[in-house]
Design a protein around this ligand. Structure first.
Ligand code: SF4
Length: 393
């Protein structure tokens, strides 16, 4: 596990201020909850690393710290396990002796961990304001309204919802209730294959790009088979005919990090680095994915770099903390960031060492802070959707 910030130069410039501000304030309407109630240690406290280590040691097997791939190195060094959101939730469930699951990630991930772990395990998010802008783009009210639109168009019975893991517990529960499944970026094609066996159309939530890329790139559907449902417009901005003709109804959501990569970024890097392999995440826009050499989930990106020959050149289009860690792990390969500006996930980045120290010390003193708890009814329907994913062929 990496413990220090990287010496690797990925050739990126500072993030525009607006992007940094994205994760600044808590929004009570957002899935990310409210500001921390805590009395946080100062970021300049020189003993933060020692304090985190001492609190974790005091808690022993009672605590299990999960670190998402996009987390900062200063936090990742304390993770008992790293991975994507689904892997981490499963890892937590496989550790029933851990009473406290400290999730260094964002709100929807902590919810998923709570859904999959036992009632005795308590999931803690060190900063309650760590949400996901993509998950925020589909609220329970908007999705219920969309279902009404589909019902009025006379097609709801033909539609199977498929929701990306990056969605709130409410959206997962909606999916379970209406016969649908959850998917990750690794199994999206299998989820869509399954869904098209159950019905004629798919409502894909909340990431339009993952839905479109999987349908067109992996399943041979055309762009004309896909329509975009805009929750901010009456009837999603679509006519009844458009809805009836569509095979894929894509929710108008996207990841603010992966959505920043453009075709220009791909063309530019190919010009700068002849022979470069462009490797991107399927949350990127369709034209970026179509122009890339390799497309896949975070785990796929890590494995592809592991298997790549020494001396090969790679431009990677995903979150910067991960790219930096991958670059550090492979000094024998040339690894650059696909875009010229920095793309951190600003909300993921909220989990810093002061928040982690505060959470661990509070737990060590017997104070359960920042617990993420999904209500029983939501949990049971969300679990149904997750179990359908686990049962995918
Ligand atoms: S990288 Fe994108 S999808 Fe992932 S948590 Fe950040 S905003 Fe959400």
């Amino acid at each position: 596990m990496t413990t220090a910030q990287s010496p690797v130069d990925l050739g990126v410039e500072p993030t525009p201020l607006a992007l940094l501000l994205l994760g600044r304030e808590a929004d009570p309407r957002s899935e990310r909850g409210v500001e921390c109630p805590g009395d946080l240690p100062s970021p300049s406290d020189p003993d933060l690393v020692e304090r985190a280590r001492a609190a974790k040691e005091k808690l022993g097997d009672k605590v299990f710290v999960l670190g998402h791939h996009y987390q900062r190195d200063e936090v990742i060094q304390f993770a008992d396990v790293t991975g994507d959101s689904f892997k981490l939730a499963k890892d937590a469930a496989a550790k029933p002796e851990a009473e406290y699951i400290v999730f260094c990630g964002v709100h929807f991930m902590a919810e998923s961990a709570d859904i999959l772990t036992s009632d005795d395990q308590k999931v803690v998010l060190p900063d309650l304001a760590a949400g996901c802008s993509m998950a925020d783009m589909a609220t329970a009210e908007q999705v219920a309204e969309c279902w009404d639109v589909l019902t009025e168009a006379g097609i709801a019975e033909q539609v199977v919802p498929v929701s990306y893991m990056n969605s709130s517990a409410d959206i997962k529960a909606f999916t379970g209730k209406h016969g649908g499944t959850i998917c990750t970026s690794s199994n999206a094609k299998r989820a869509l294959d399954w869904a098209f066996e159950q019905g004629e159309k798919v409502l894909f939530l909340p990431d339009q790009h993952l839905g479109r890329n999987t349908a067109v790139r992996d399943m041979g559907l055309s762009l004309d088979d896909c329509v975009l449902y805009n929750p901010h417009k009456p009837n999603g901005g679509l006519t009844v005919e458009e809805l009836r003709n569509a095979k894929m109804i894509l929710w108008r959501g996207h990841c603010s990090v992966h959505g920043r990569f453009s075709l220009d970024s791909v063309n530019d890097v190919r010009e700068r680095i002849p022979g470069v392999n462009v490797l991107v995440h399927p949350e990127c826009k369709h034209e970026v994915v179509a122009a890339a050499d390799h497309v896949g989930s975070t785990e796929y990106i890590i494995k592809t770099l592991e298997a790549a020959p020494a001396g090969s050149k790679w431009a990677i289009g995903t979150e910067l903390n991960l790219v930096r860690r991958v670059a550090n792990a492979h000094p024998d390969k040339e690894v650059v960031f696909l875009d010229k500006t920095v793309c951190f996930c600003s909300t993921m980045n909220r989990i810093d060492l002061p928040h982690l120290v505060w959470a661990l010390e509070s737990l060590a003193e017997g104070n359960l802070v920042n617990r993420i708890e999904v209500d029983k009814e939501t949990e049971s329907f969300a679990k149904l959707a997750l179990e359908r994913m686990l049962a995918l062929p």
